[in-house]
Design a protein around this ligand. Structure first.
Ligand code: PEP
Length: 251
């Protein structure tokens, strides 16, 4: 049985003081989350302060992006070596990185190797665009993203995958739980063809795209949906902790 993970991607929202306040509110309201792994991904600048606030709590901390190299002439970038002092998770290949900043599967693959080397736990995001879905290409696109992102990666243990259909992100139109289950199942199959089904049976595969407190239970009722990556609904403490509460009650 895969671990259940509920993760908050704050994207480019919250100043450092706003982020501190949100963390404090989450810590006040969070239910006991023994059965669920909770991770928050604030903007880079908020990470050091957030690390101090979450210390000793059940909230884990991650970065929304990382460069593949440990250091060097990469103006404006942040490396896993720098992050490892503050956080333990990293988001890789989010569709906004792919579409707005030109990240390819090959670059996601390099970042994945770099993150693993520095001991960060990656959440690798994949997902089709609406045009892919309309043309019946979803399966192809997802299988290729998995194949290419995991090229030469030796072990799947400690890696999380998130299926995030691009058309569902920030739109209020979530995928149906059945569609999320179908794609998560094929992600597991594709990973199993690389790493073997025993290893992959324990890999958390999340769904992301307009998840709220109103639909989280339906997603978590599916056997291959092992949690959620949440954008908009994670920006307020009530919504996010309610999602956590529902996830904990179901597990
Ligand atoms: C995301 O940014 O990963 C995301 C899923 O956003 P939202 O929940 O707002 O759709």
């Amino acid at each position: 049985m895969a671990e259940i993970v509920v993760a908050a991607n704050w994207k480019m929202n919250k100043t450092v003081s706003e982020s501190d306040n949100l963390i404090k509110e989450i810590l006040e309201k969070i239910p006991p989350v023994n059965s669920v792994t909770c991770v928050v991904f604030p903007p880079f600048l908020s990470i050091p302060s957030a690390a101090g606030l979450i210390d000793g709590s059940s909230v884990n901390l991650g970065a929304q992006n990382v460069h593949s190299a440990k250091n060097g002439a990469f103006t404006g970038e942040v490396s896993a070596l720098m992050l490892q002092d503050y956080c333990s998770y990293v988001l890789l290949g989010h569709s906004e990185r792919r579409l707005l900043f030109g990240e390819t599967d090959a670059f996601v693959n390099e970042k994945l190797a770099g993150a693993i080397e520095c001991g960060l736990r990656p959440i690798v995001c994949v997902g089709e665009q609406s045009s892919d879905r309309e043309s019946g290409l979803t399966e192809n696109v997802i299988r290729n993203q998995i194949k290419n992102s995991f090229k030469d990666i030796r072990a799947i243990n400690n890696i999380i995958v998130a299926y995030e259909p691009v058309w569902a992100i920030g739109t209020g139109t979530a995928a149906s739980p059945d569609d999320a289950e179908d794609v998560n199942k094929l992600i597991r199959e594709e990973l199993a063809s690389i790493f073997g089904s025993e290893q992959v049976s324990k890999t958390p595969i999340l769904y992301g795209g307009s998840v709220t407190e109103d639909n989280i239970a339906d997603f978590l009722s599916k056997p291959n949906v092992n949690g959620a990556l949440i954008g908009g609904a994670s920006l307020n403490s009530e919504g996010f902790t309610e999602i956590l509460r529902i996830a904990c009650n179901l597990t």
